[in-house]
Design a protein around this ligand. Sequence first.
Ligand code: MG
Length: 378
Amino acid sequence: MNFEAFLAPYAACSADSRGRRFPESDSASRTAFQRDRDRIIHCGAFRRLEYKTQVFVNHEGDLFRTRLTHSLEVAQISRSIARNLRLNEDLVEGISLAHDLGHTPFGHAGQDALDECMRDFGGFEHNLQSLRVVDLLEERYGTFDGLNLTFETREGILKHCALEKARQLGDVGLRFIERKQPSLEAQLANLADEIAYNNHDIDDGLRSGLLTTAQLDEVDLYARHRHEVDQAMPGIGSRRAIHETVRRMINALIVDVIRTSEARIADIKPQNIDDVRNAAPLIAFSEAMRTDAMLLKQFLHDNLYRHYQVNRMTAKARRIVAEMFAAFTTTPGLLPPAYRLPQGDAVAQARKVADYIAGMTDRYAAREHRRLFDINES
Ligand code: MG
């Protein structure tokens, strides 16, 4: 059965995939991209996303987004846009579900702290780490490390990359050197990520009380849709009004991406995925919506991500990561045996420590820190 018969000619097609690093025979029941998605869902790093967070720390409340629910929201948004543009839903779903696999505990605070710790050892970047998880760190197969995903899923996971790193990455690094675009599915997952977090951070920000609706009225995109809701459904209560507003915003962003991307595609008329790679980015917001989205992002940055209560958690998270890193690198004997290397190679040992810390969930990291520094914990 050809599951991809309805795709546009410029969509990524399993049959034309650049393949896996270790050749495998085709499945009788699934396309290569379906298998990639399934491998991601069944891997250990995916399950850990449930206990990792972006803005709020896992124990702060049961209703906040985790990296798992965030990834599911990204996959949902990606898929609905993909279907409209006749792109490959299976590929875009796999990329969306895998895009945050490399994230450290404690969101961006953890990532920044680990990057700082790794400064003399090649740095740490969560996006590169996601690729490292699927290429190397998962141990589920008898004959190779990682999940052995297709080139197209791996290229989609690697959203951005410094040139110096790109040179070490082989096939998936090449497009950064050649200044080419990835598949439309990869471009789409990237944009869906932004749509998802901007909107759910409003929702979580309001629920936590760190943001107020009065503050949000300064943001054009929010205010416009809020006004629409107030006109159409007066007196529905504040929680429902927030949800009605956020869902309208998500819809407006999605419709805008579909319309804008359709127009760009019609303009360039790509005949196949190679034309896509050689063109300018084709999946995009309109100019007006780009400005709206930027202002919203700026607002969240100033008012939520820099809120003093978030700052306190951020400071604690940085300290926990930095102290664990220092303890493990100066005394590798404190590490579980699987992460310990024979003495001598400080760079390789530091990378192992980074892999260990990056793989931790929020609560595991807090507990491990106590085990290292609190005499009453074992
Ligand atoms: Mg994300």
